[in-house]
Write a new protein. Sequence first.
Length: 95
Amino acid sequence: MVEAYEIDVLREPRLIAADPHYAGKSLEEALHELQEEFKCVLVAGGRPCIFLDAASTCSIYPTRPNECVAMQAGEQQCQTSRKAEGLSPLATVGS
Ligand code: SF4
């Protein structure tokens, strides 16, 4: 599960397109909910992330949410998520 917050959406407004809750809402309306109602944007969870491209890379990598930045490729949470999705383990950097 990947959640994005106000600071993430300010940096990457396309994130609101990932969550059906914000369908049909303007960026201003979404930001209002994020700021005033302390909601988040569900970027991925129970469904693939819409920013994962055909080559299985992140199409918004430079402006991805902070939660994505925090997860290092190959770390335990990454490996657990890959296993849950039926993907092979990822070699860690330097191994
Ligand atoms: S790193 Fe990119 S593709 Fe992966 S969950 Fe985050 S936004 Fe989606």
